[in-house]
Design a protein around this ligand. Structure first.
Ligand code: NAD
Length: 273
């Protein structure tokens, strides 16, 4: 009889008590080839010391919420990070130091945070995506292709809506869609992005990629990319109705990342697009 041993990936969640953190705890518990080995939160978090299972609304796991990322990076094969930019940059440095593998979902990163991630990825495996849903990653490809085909006379506008607690705008996904459209057109998003319109703005500049942000209620994430021409309009849209899709995608990325060589990867690498 041949006995094959399935490789179990040990996963740690930083920011485990956050909205996404709790979803991630649940998603890891539901993945047969992954095991939850710990979770951290910012020091002094109200849930410090609570059982991670209880935190996710599951049975007790016997693993308490901690504030020590060093210990977690030593014990876990892969760390999943949906926190805040400063914490993510520090976790990237820690991954480089310990040879850990990091899956990053945090958005709203500034240049110095992104540089810290890129520096770290020379020494360890990092997967970074503004959106871990399979659907949005398909959308990124469709938007790039549409932008390549449609002439510049078609104005590109990106509309997004998120829940009232979201702190960054436009969303990381809207910016990723903007980058995909810019890539399709062969331009640099930073040179054509129009993110704020107020007052007498003058006519729309041809070639710009416009962004509009809506915030309210409990919307998980809606994105629409509009190609507006004279006489017709193309709209490519995605609507997320549960955060579970991001958590499941991030855990899939974590299982995949465990066996890669150092470098910075995107969700399309994980999905093989
Ligand atoms: P949240 O505020 O509910 O959770 C963030 C958590 O990180 C908080 O609990 C906070 O205490 C914790 N944290 C802060 N500093 C920490 C530290 N030093 N160590 C450990 N934990 C720390 O926010 P959220 O809705 O869960 O979103 C988190 C991030 O993920 C945001 O940037 C959001 O835009 C992003 N996000 C990405 C995707 C994706 O698919 N990539 C999907 C949803 C949300």
């Amino acid at each position: 009889m041949i006995v094959t041993h399935k490789h179990i990936v040990k996963i740690g969640i930083v920011g485990a008590a956050g909205r996404m953190g709790r979803m991630l705890l649940k998603a890891v518990a539901q993945t047969s080839d992954a095991e939850l080995v710990g979770g951290t939160e910012a020091a002094h978090h109200a849930d410090m010391g609570r059982d991670l299972g209880a935190l996710a609304g599951l049975e007790a796991l016997g693993v308490p919420l901690s504030s020590d990322p060093h210990d977690l990076f030593e014990r876990a094969d892969v760390i999943i990070d949906f926190t805040v930019p400063t914490a993510t940059a520090a976790h990237a440095a820690l991954a480089a130091q310990t040879g850990g593998v990091l899956v990053i979902g945090t958005t709203g990163l500034e240049v110095q945070h992104q540089e810290a991630i890129e520096r770290a990825a020379r020494h360890c495996v990092i997967v970074q995506a503004a959106n871990y849903s399979v659907g949005v990653n398909l959308l990124l490809g469709l938007v790039e292709q549409t932008a390549r085909i449609m002439p510049e006379a078609y104005d590109i506008e990106i509309l997004e809506m998120h829940h009232r607690h979201k702190v960054d705008a436009p969303s990381g996904t809207a910016l990723a869609l903007g980058r995909a459209a810019a890539k399709g057109r062969g331009v640099d998003l930073d040179e054509v992005a129009d993110k704020v319109r107020d007052g007498i703005t003058g006519a729309r500049k041809s070639g710009d990629i416009g962004f509009a942000t809506l915030r309210g209620g409990d919307v998980v994430g809606d994105h629409t990319v509009i190609f507006a021409g004279v006489g017709e309009r193309i709209e490519i849209a995605h609507k997320a109705s549960s955060r579970e899709i991001f958590a499941r995608g991030a855990v899939r990325a974590a299982v995949w990342a465990g066996s890669q060589k150092p470098g910075l990867y995107a969700m399309k690498d994980v999905l093989g697009f």
